[in-house]
Design a protein around this ligand. Structure first.
Ligand code: BES
Ligand code: MN
Ligand code: MN
Length: 463
């Protein structure tokens, strides 16, 4: 182990050079003009897996972007970890708000700035370096590992379910390990045990059969933008609760113990509001900010458009208006059921003056994993060694839908060991990874691979 840690320290500069190369590939999954970059990125990973000593490396095609696979299974009798991550990134718009170009990784103030630096290429790459350190110092790992890196996470992992179903044997493992989330705060390491799910909807409102002169026709026709915004405004009541009938029916209430545990976390509403540039926070009455972010369902309008939005003024009563609305859901809500409730409710409240279309774009289920598992215990021990501090337990507001699918299709639990920061601008301009987190992460992952077999063995003996 000491040899591995010494190696990690000695190779820091090289890691940054290699990571910059990985981040230079614009692997934006949602934009078709980047299809070639997606493949190039998959090939880069395959080559990297080769270099760090993995075996049976494959680039596996899906109807969408390819999945990269690799493994090392030389530790017989030891547990097998399935390491999952994604190489696709979000679009970079608005690109003028980046201080340095999104695909030219740049270090400023101890952070590495680039699209994908934290979500998720930087975190995936940190694992590669932990594995490499073992392979270059003795040529073996303390446990077995299988690796899949997918290219469609940011667009809903549409083809991953089928991929997992079709490759059950190839992916057979004892637990899943994912680093694609945040630590509690800078300098405060944490393990994450729950994620919210998601239902993502789009609505189209049609008024008159074509755009109209707003002077000639205004006053006789219900403006579809007005109709749409009236409907959206009615989706929350004055207590910040969602008004869709039945929406909260399946929500698992927080236990007293969990509410107590959340209260003990280092948190300050005022500081939080200030950091976001808002005068006051908003949310469901009766719950703390932490509760509302991690364990309560929410509804957000992600975008709204229609009519004239170009330069200057144009008087028009538009024919159409649109909105994208997402709902974050918590255990035991189902994304399918919530989508249906949403559609039914919107159809019920739609005024007779307009026509309404509701589409369900994608969904994912909420996840909660047991904290007394050997995987989580190994993660706690690893974080303590990697960051020199006992980690906290936390949930997350974001979603990684594949976590539940791994449980359903492969029967295995996931350990969420993220090294991002919520202020790291994931999905926004100037995304970065804190370099202390990056190097601390590599150390932590190296420790995790070493600790897991011990905790695994201990829990096997108990059973
Ligand atoms: N890495 C994020 C998920 C995440 C972020 C988990 C922060 C925990 C903390 C992931 O890449 C992501 O962006 N997921 C999407 C869901 C997906 C279905 C598009 C999300 O949460 O919006
Ligand atoms: Mn991610
Ligand atoms: Mn993301």
């Amino acid at each position: 182990m000491q040899q591995v840690l010494t190696y990690l320290e000695a190779n820091r500069d090289r890691y940054l050079i290699e990571l910059k190369e990985f981040l230079a590939i614009p692997s934006v999954s949602s934009q078709t003009d980047h299809a070639k970059d997606m493949r190039r990125c998959a090939e880069w990973i395959a080559q990297e897996l080769q270099k760090i000593g993995m075996q049976n490396i494959q680039i596996l095609d899906t109807p969408g972007h390819p999945v990269v696979f690799g493994e090392w299974l030389g530790a017989s009798g030891k547990p097998t970890v399935l390491l999952y991550g994604h190489y696709d990134v979000q679009p970079v718009d608005p690109v003028d708000l980046w201080t340095t170009p999104p695909f030219e990784a740049t270090i400023r103030d101890g952070n590495l700035y680039a699209r994908g630096s934290t979500d998720d290429k930087g975190q995936v790459f940190a694992h590669f370096k932990a594995l490499e350190a073992y392979m270059k110092n003795g040529g073996s790992l303390p446990m077995n590992v299988k690796i899949i890196v997918e290219g469609e996470e940011e667009i809903g992992s549409d083809h991953l379910d089928d991929f997992v179903k079709d490759h059950k044997d190839l992916l057979k493992a004892d637990l899943v390990l994912i680093s694609d989330s945040d630590m509690f705060a800078k300098g405060v390491p944490s393990v994450c045990y729950a994620l919210r799910g998601l239902s993502y909807m789009e609505i189209e409102v049609t008024g008159p059969n074509g755009d109209l002169h707003s002077g000639t026709f205004g006053g006789t026709v219900h403006n579809p933008i007005q109709a749409l915004t009236e409907m959206i405004a009615s989706l929350h009541d004055k207590n910040g609760r969602i008004t869709i009938p039945g929406f909260y029916d399946d929500v698992q209430p927080l236990t007293k113990a969990e509410r107590q545990a959340f209260k003990k976390l280092p948190w300050n509403d005022k500081k939080y509001a200030k950091s976001l540039g808002v005068k006051e926070l908003y949310g469901e009455k009766g719950f703390s900010s932490i509760e509302r972010r991690w364990a309560r369902p929410t509804l957000e309008c992600n975008g709204i458009w229609g009519g004239y939005t170009g330069e200057g003024a144009k008087t028009v009563l538009p024919s159409k208006a649109y909105a994208k609305i997402s709902m974050r859901i918590v255990p035991n809500q189902s994304s399918e059921k919530v989508a249906k409730l949403f559609e039914k409710h919107l159809k019920r409240i739609a005024p007779k003056t307009i026509a309404l279309k509701v589409r369900n774009l994608h969904g994912g289920e909420p996840a909660i994993t047991p904290v007394d598992s050997p995987g989580v215990k190994a993660a706690v021990a690893a974080l303590e060694r990697g960051f020199g501090k006992k980690p906290l337990y936390q949930r997350e507001g974001g979603s990684i839908p594949i976590v539940v699918q791994f449980k359903k299709l492969l029967g295995i639990d996931t350990v969420l060991l993220g090294i991002g920061l919520e202020e790291g601008n994931a999905h926004a301009p100037n995304e970065y990874i804190d370099l202390n987190n990056f190097f601390g992460g590599i150390r932590t992952f190296a420790h995790f691979y070493n600790e897991l077999p011990k905790f695994w063995e201990a829990s096997r003996k108990k059973r």
